[in-house]
Design a binder for this molecule. Sequence first.
Ligand SMILES: [Zn+2]
Length: 510
Amino acid sequence: MTSSNILIIVIDALRADRVLNRQKTVNIPEIDQFAKEACVFSNAFSTTNTTDPAVTSIQTGRYPLSHGIINHGNRITNKEKQAIEQVEDLPMMLSDIGYRTGKFGRPLGRWHRRGFDIYPDPMEEGLAFDRTLSRKEKFQAWLTHIESSVGSSLDRIHPGIKTTMSDIYHKLTPEFLSQNHIRASIADNSSNQVLQNFQDFVQKEDPFYAFVHLMDTHTPYVAAADRVVSLLKENEYSVKRISGIEDKIPSSFTERIFSGSYPEIREKYYFPDGTPSSAIVDAHYDATVEQSDARIGRILDTLKNNDLYDDTITFILSDHGESLTEHGIYYDHHGLYDETTHVPLFIRSPEGVSDTVNELVQITDIAPTIESYIGAERLNTDGNSLLPAITGGQFTGYQHILAEEAHTTRRRVIRSDESKLIYSLNSETICRYCGIQHAQETELYNLTEDSGETTNIAAENSEEIDSLREFAEKKATKYQNDCPTTTSSEEKQYDDEEKIHEHLEALGYR
Ligand SMILES: [Zn+2]
């Protein structure tokens, strides 16, 4: 058994096409350099469209149906929680065999914390990257904002008034904190603290398992305005009119454009009535891809500066992608189209090869890869080890991959290299977020001719649908049977943690 260090970096909601075979001049030197030294999986897929079940798939090596977490955040039922409590995952196993275990960045629900020696607490300062702020940080940000608005310090305000302000603040917080500039102003300080924590963690003696979860590419896409402007100038973005899009753009950016700066952007990417086009949000997303890249550089530099890089197997991937405007899904991760399910996956092991693997693989393969790499096969996973691929051996991927949509609508996909069937699992086909039905209940796509999944050929292919569906259901039933038995009902009960999730979801932390 080798006691190599293990690092997983997950970039939340990063689309595969922003890093692999990209069309735009997105500047990601760190990932590009890493890719040169790594095994690049060009056909890697998530098991779902949302973070909680996806990260659970990464940590357990199991499909959502098999590990039990189908939904995300405040939609997760007691039944789901009861199931996952009975499933062992990577941090538990690695901790048990002597690894130090640490999570950095986005904190998640309670089962995600099992096995970790250190885990970011949403109510503590300095542990999360930039998305989940402590109450004290949020309040401080609010005060700073007021101070900058009124142009003077609030230090001499009567404490009673401050208490009242605090009360008001806690009533206003969802609306107020959804303002991007507040989040942005805190992002960098918090990130520095996380990097410091990461550095302290990796420097100690025993081998480590570190899981870094970056949130830049998740809404709201908080990006430096200068870089957004440059991207808009350097690239040809498509111009679409989407209602309500103004809310997705920081007011400071809009003000800058309308102050007369960059008339060419105003001309090209805004409609004559002043409405921004989709290009403005797309460019913000791209700028956050670059920000993630810079963070990855700092994380990898921490390893390099401490002579740990070549003693570490490093995974870079996303939990799911993001639909920017495709399929009528605007800047969120619903649906089972490739924009949301196709993820980048890079694995660099010190003795590995630099190669591109086009075989179909899934995020369930990470845990078995780690197990076979360190020679400690113990988890009951659904995935395959990718070790043969990353060491240059013979490797065959899947014929079909399976994934579940939950949280927004309940759907399932079975996808090969050539075709894709998506079907509804219940009669509730209206998207919970958008209030519309995004597509017909059954969708079949010929990916060879229609990689954008724009022409539904379900109507004329009922036989193919039947056989694909039967195959998918057989697989699903197997995974469902592997899921631990539960006695809880599907009803959900709110506890403090759910309330925090509810609150975060109201802030847009989906
Ligand atoms: Zn939707």
